[in-house]
Design a binder for this molecule. Structure first.
Ligand SMILES: Cc1ncc(COP(=O)(O)O)c(C=O)c1O
Length: 378
């Protein structure tokens, strides 16, 4: 492999926690029964699923029966939109949701479901007043992400949820970037549905979940067997589910410790940039720790990503779903950032896996690359 890589794209996905990896190697050897079977092998598998459901419920302060396992955050998002909305309904969401929300809109429209899309403000937040203004008599569902994936900004979910509840409108939040990063408590938050995904919190890929408040109605996306209260047919991904439960427990029990650590990395990183007199702007306020949507003025963001990659550091240009393009982020333009600045913006995300020395290497490498690009221009 050669040079040790420093992976700073925690918002795109995380490596599997070594503790979860160990646990799953053992589990996959011994647990193979079909959870729907009544024999011992089946019941052992069933017990693994139910344990994980309790772990996830504990992480959210929900009841275990309010947790439904799915294959991903994308599936959870699709399931809520397609399973709640009916022809004639109106739906409110934001322009900077994940494609697993936004790309559902044309499908909904073909079913005579209309949508209003609100933009983030200059700080990268969705204003509750913007939601409220767009409610009409047919509004059935509002969906606003808890934490934005490109910026790491934390939306006022309680306020938006209260508005929805007051008007008898269902409220969904894509919490894929929030779970394990900030405190979530559905007992205290007026939210009817949440989408979650294990791979953003050091769990396995290809396993997701949704929280569905007791009593709220939802149609399945995948019809078939009676698994997951007949809401999600198919023989369960036992290893994935087990890994998700463990990831949820680890991240919530260590939330404070991890947050403190990542905040230390953050301030160290910014100090190092300042010491080198690097000109930058961090976009978005009220951010989760460790996520920097950062503009390096006058620098081509795509070039910076490539040059850092060559130096052994992985960061991204925009979110993973839009990177690979050289277009300016629509979201940044909507926030009022100039096209030039948007093209000079990258996302660097640090997490619990990083140490101060990793952060130093990243800051030093950025400094070197910027100095060289200045020399080239001179
Ligand atoms: C905010 C948000 N929602 C949904 C998803 C999709 O999750 P998954 O990759 O599990 O489908 C992601 C990440 O990819 C995300 O960042």
């Amino acid at each position: 492999m050669g040079m040790k890589r420093i992976y700073c794209d925690i918002s795109a996905t995380t490596p599997l926690d070594p503790q979860i990896s160990e646990f799953l190697i053992d589990l996959n050897k011994h647990i193979y029964g079909n959870p729907s079977s009544i024999h011992r092998e089946g019941q052992a598998a069933k017990a693994v699923i139910e344990k994980s459901r309790r772990q996830l419920a504990n992480a959210l302060s929900s009841n275990p029966e309010e947790i439904i396992f799915t294959s991903s955050g994308s599936e959870s998002n699709n399931m809520i939109l397609k399973g709640v909305l009916n022809p004639g309904d109106h739906f409110i969401t934001s322009s900077y949701e994940h494609p697993a929300i936004l790309k559902v809109l044309p499908f909904l429209e073909s079913k005579n479901i209309s949508a209003t899309i609100v933009n983030p403000d200059k700080n990268g937040l969705i204003l509750p007043s913007d939601i409220e203004e767009n409610i009409n008599a047919n509004t059935r569902l509002i969906s606003i992400m808890w934490v934005n994936n490109e910026l790491g900004t934390i939306n006022p979910i309680s306020e938006i949820g209260s508005i929805a509840r007051k008007r008898n409108i269902l409220f969904h939040s894509d919490a894929v970037q929030a779970l394990g990063k900030i405190y979530i408590n559905v007992a205290e938050t007026p939210v009817d549905f949440l989408s979650m995904s294990a791979h953003k919190l050091y769990g396995p890929k290809g396993i997701g979940a949704l929280y569905k408040r007791r009593g709220s109605k939802l149609e399945p996306l995948i019809h078939g067997g009676g698994q997951e209260q007949s809401l999600r047919a198919s023989t369960e991904n036992i290893g994935g589910i087990a890994g998700f439960g463990m990831a949820a427990e680890l991240s919530t029990s260590k939330l404070e410790e991890n947050t403190d650590h990542i905040l230390r990395l953050e301030s160290y990183f910014l100090n190092l940039l300042n010491e080198q007199n690097i000109s930058y702007t961090i976009n978005g306020t009220k951010r989760i720790p460790g996520v920097f949507n950062i503009t390096f003025h006058g620098v081509n963001g795509q070039d910076l990503v490539l040059q850092l990659d060559f130096s052994g550091i992985g960061i991204s240009f925009g979110s993973a779903c839009t990177s690979g393009t050289v277009k300016a982020s629509e979201m940044l333009l909507e926030m009022g950032i100039t096209k030039e600045d948007a093209l000079s913006t990258v996302r660097i995300s640090f997490g619990k896996i990083h140490q101060l020395k990793d952060v130093k290497k990243v800051a030093d490498s950025i400094g070197e690359i910027l100095q060289n690009s200045v020399k080239e221009l001179a």
